[in-house]
Design a protein around this ligand. Structure first.
Ligand code: NAD
Ligand code: UGA
Length: 464
């Protein structure tokens, strides 16, 4: 079975980059990425390729090469579904905000809508690929909808979770540790569908790194991978607090521990807390699934990873208040970084949002700068928390276009995202511009303590 036409529903952080790379690497396959968000599609089609809606190093060049050749962005969802042999579902699966499982379970309404639309529109057999991160056994529900509401069309359902990280998405897609494909490998049709997707990836990835499993293992492996990664961050963050009490340095501990080849060095960077759209959502989902099977000890085990992350954000903010003589009321606090990590414009669940919310509750005046995040997004993130009125968020928070505007006349500066440009700021000039004592809080272990203390800063860094 050779795939000629791919449709991807969802032109977001996963659908966009993933399909751009597939199109670039498979010039003979037509790839159409569709979305109901017409603004997003218009941005993907912008004449100036630097205006695509997602900032990822290297992505605009990939889009430039393939767009218009075999990569298309469209709002005509039905046409793309009908023409495709293979349909990726790459829509959002946020945490439910209502009803059963509120605050924990993944909200699958967008997934279900896609399945119903495919069932309604399709006139030829399709391979449907779950690209979104889904609870284990979601494929069963998809199959139910497709087989019972369709018009005799045959479907194969595959699970092909995405492991890219934002900020390194293009590299991760070009050179993944592995590609995971789950399917009905025990049936001939299922095995053929799996093979068809393997063939797509084999255009640029060694077959040894393309793993095939049953559907349930694939679905669960994605949640497991994110849970393990988040757990490492919470593990090192829990020890950062102990380091601060004992004189140990968390970076030295992480290095010493990470050199054990059984542990490994990655994901041991202590921080103000993990953010991003997925770690917390996927952990909550895992906790919910475990609970729904009555596995309370399993649920409690994973829930602790989130509890520790919330604690880390809160104690960082509380330490700013405590250090500034127990009050930040009316004081200018400069915030460097709003994105949840460097090299992305994504702010979903960014630790910065929660730290600033805490400081606003303490009546601080906050000034924010992030190289890739605009004022509209900062306010939207704060408004979303519903802690105070939109007017008050705008009165208390100012978003500026340069780091130097953040630091001028500030009582304290906090580094909340590890953007490279923050390392090379003129920190002596910043010191001169700030009120004294000039407090500097490094939530990312980005800055050199000895240098900053020599300049005169009162320096605080996570885990030392
Ligand atoms: P996103 O919100 O950036 O994009 C999802 C897109 O789907 C939106 O543009 C939305 O308008 C569109 N959409 C929703 N319902 C639709 C419908 N019925 N028809 C057409 N379009 C529809 O989300 P994302 O970050 O790309 O994540 C998508 C999935 O991938 C999630 O399940 C997430 O957990 C998973 N994932 C994300 C990442 C990441 O780095 N962001 C990495 C791996 C996996
Ligand atoms: C993460 C996973 O790394 C991807 O494999 C996965 O595909 C993706 O989630 C997903 O399913 O959405 P992402 O959230 O984009 O990717 O970025 P990460 O690099 O994992 O960082 C997540 C958060 O943890 C960031 O806030 C980052 O600053 C923080 N982090 C990461 C640390 O604090 N310390 C570390 O050592 C690593």
């Amino acid at each position: 079975m050779k795939i000629k036409n791919i449709c991807c529903i969802g032109a977001g952080y996963v659908g966009g980059p993933t399909m751009a790379v597939i199109a670039q690497k498979c010039p003979e396959i037509n790839v159409t990425v569709v979305d109901i968000n017409d603004k997003r599609i218009a941005a993907w089609n912008d004449d100036n390729v630097d205006n695509i809606p997602i900032y990822e190093p290297g992505l605009s060049r990939v889009v430039e090469e393939a767009r218009g050749r075999n990569l298309f962005f469209s709002t005509d969802v039905e046409k793309a579904i009908d023409q495709a042999d293979m349909i990726f579902i790459s829509v959002n699966t946020p945490t439910k905000t209502y009803g059963i499982g509120k605050g924990m379970a993944a909200d699958l309404k967008f997934i279900e809508l896609c399945a119903r639309q495919i069932a309604r529109v399709a006139t030829t057999d399709k391979i449907v690929v779950e690209k979104s991160t889904l609870p284990v056994r979601t494929a069963e529900a998809l199959r139910n909808i497709l087989d019972n509401t369709g018009n005799g069309v045959k479907y194969q359902i595959l699970s092909n979770p995405e492991f890219l990280a934002e900020g390194t998405a293009v590299d991760d897609l070009m050179n993944p540790d592995r590609v995971l494909i789950g399917g009905d490998i025990d049936t001939t049709e299922g095995a053929e569908a799996v093979e068809a997707l393997v063939d797509v990836y084999a255009h640029w990835i060694d077959r040894e790194r393309i793993l095939t499993t049953n559907v349930w293992s694939s679905e669960l492996s994605k949640l497991t991978a994110n849970a393990f990664l988040a757990q490492r961050v919470s593990s090192i963050n829990s020890l950062s607090e102990l380091c601060e009490k004992t004189g140990a340095d968390v970076n030295e501990v992480a290095k010493a521990v990470g050199m054990d080849s059984r542990i490994g060095p990655k994901f041991l960077q202590s921080s103000v807390g993990f953010g991003g759209s997925c770690f917390q959502k996927d952990l909550l989902n895992l906790v919910y699934i475990a609970k729904s099977y009555g596995l309370n000890e399993v649920a409690d085990y994973w829930e602790q990873v989130i509890i520790m992350n919330d604690h880390q954000k809160k104690r960082f903010a509380a330490n700013i208040v405590k250090t500034l003589f127990n009050t930040v009321s009316g004081k200018k606090i400069g915030v460097l970084g709003w994105a949840f990590k460097k090299d992305t414009n994504d702010t979903r669940e960014s630790a910065a949002i929660y730290v600033v919310d805490y400081l606003l509750n303490e009546q601080a005046d906050v000034v924010v700068y992030d190289p890739k995040v605009n004022a509209e997004q900062v306010y939207a993130d704060l408004d979303h928390l519903n802690t105070r009125s939109e007017a008050e968020n705008r009165a208390r928070v100012t978003v500026v276009n340069s780091a130097m505007d953040v630091t001028k006349d500030a009582h304290a500066v906090a580094v909340l995202t590890e953007w490279d440009e923050f390392k090379s700021l003129d920190w002596s000039l910043i010191y001169d511009d700030m009120l004294k004592p000039a407090f500097l809080f490094d939530g990312r272990r980005l800055l050199n303590r000895a240098e900053k203390e020599k300049i005169g800063f009162e320096f605080y860094a996570i885990g030392s």
